[in-house]
Ligand binder design. Sequence first.
Ligand code: F6P
Length: 491
Amino acid sequence: RKILADDLPDAQVIVVSNREPYIHNVKDNGVELVVPASGLVSALEPITRACGGTWIAYGGGSADRLTVDENDRVPVPPNNPSYTLRRVWLSEDEYQGYYLGFANEGLWPLCHIAFTRPIFRASDWEAYEAVNRKFADTVVAEARNERPIVLVQDYHFALLPRMIRERLPEAIIITFWHIPWPNSEVFSICPWRERILEGLLGSSIIGFHTQFHANNFTESVDRFLESRIERADAAISYGGQTTLVHAYPISIEWPAELLAKLPTVEECRTRLRDRFGLRPDVKLCIGVERLDYTKGILDRFQALDELFTRHPEWIGKLVFLQIAAPSRGTLPAYQQLHDECMRHADDLNQRYGHDGYKPVIMVAEHHSQQQVYEIYRAADICMVTSLHDGMNLVAKEFVAARDDEQGTLLLSTFAGASRELLEALIVNPYDAAMMSEALLQALTMPVEEQRERMRRMRENVRDNNVYRWAGSMLLDAARLRKRSDLDRATG
Ligand code: F6P
């Protein structure tokens, strides 16, 4: 907020994302408000709350149309509004082609090395382009002047920056790509690779979670577009526009207020154990995420199997609880994952379960932020074993939730968070034997060592929180604006 006031006075902030921060659904003759399971939403929501402005997103909730005004706007957060949510409506065909199709069957598997074949259909591409244009129209309609700050979020909107640039040449457009960027050879698979790069290079700044992904992007531009690349300045000039390409590791809002409201760690443990009928002496390991094939959920089951085979003394003494928020459930790859997870969980329960003991509990349901934090606090171990992930905020949330400084984090080396949370037990999710040994290390880790590791990780997340993330992008944006104002003034 201070950076905006001091360095970008009067600048209107417009956030654009596919997923909306608050979804209204019809429920039991009333309206229910849901905060979606989305790293993007948990990171951007506190920032928008602090900055004010407008958040433009797809209105997908069954009661979304009932809760907006005649301009499709609704003030949020509902209990204490500080910004405007502007909903954009999509037809069935648009949703199918742009979101399920091009974004989630094309770009999502393309950018994650998860060995799921990307599917590229011309009709999906057309829908993607049309929906990007629809959002560009909405940004222009919402802009109060020629110079807003537009924060474009994620792979749903690769074409949007250039579309906005053409109509608002003086806007500051900061695009953040929340998922990995593949190497240029993998990226070359995409039939519309040049269009995607051109679209993104309408931005003033493009941000990635890691330098590695920023470098991959620059290499892709180098290979497929005639552009000027100044590596020392991390700048790319293309089509009369210069774009900074930087790494800005995303984070969470430090949950001081939430922690103050939550039950103690001991109470959380008792409640969760009561909810699932667990003995008090059983160690609890958790996984929390959207049910997505990039998250390495099946690989966790394999590690558990390996542990029970190598160290049968843990049978009966360890339970793995998987919270899996339903996601993109109409796509075949997600349905297949759901079925496979259920099958593997059943298999492990049959082979290792006895006398009411079940080693795996699968809960494929949405949980609120508070419920998720209570689960983090109740756990002995949290497994974040993504096969590939931009950052992964579950890892940071788990650490933030543990004000008792206990609990152990197993973290995939292929998640951006592993570059920051160095005190986690870093694992390769493709190596079940290694993961089972890491599990054993976590299960037997002395409390003092847990504290030491947790203390350092907590300091890191508290200091490098989401305000710092947004602050560094806005500072870079303010510098760009100053320079262009100066250039203009000096002719
Ligand atoms: O962070 C990656 C991401 O795809 C976000 O863009 C998105 O909000 C989140 O995961 C959840 O996915 P979806 O919005 O498709 O449910």
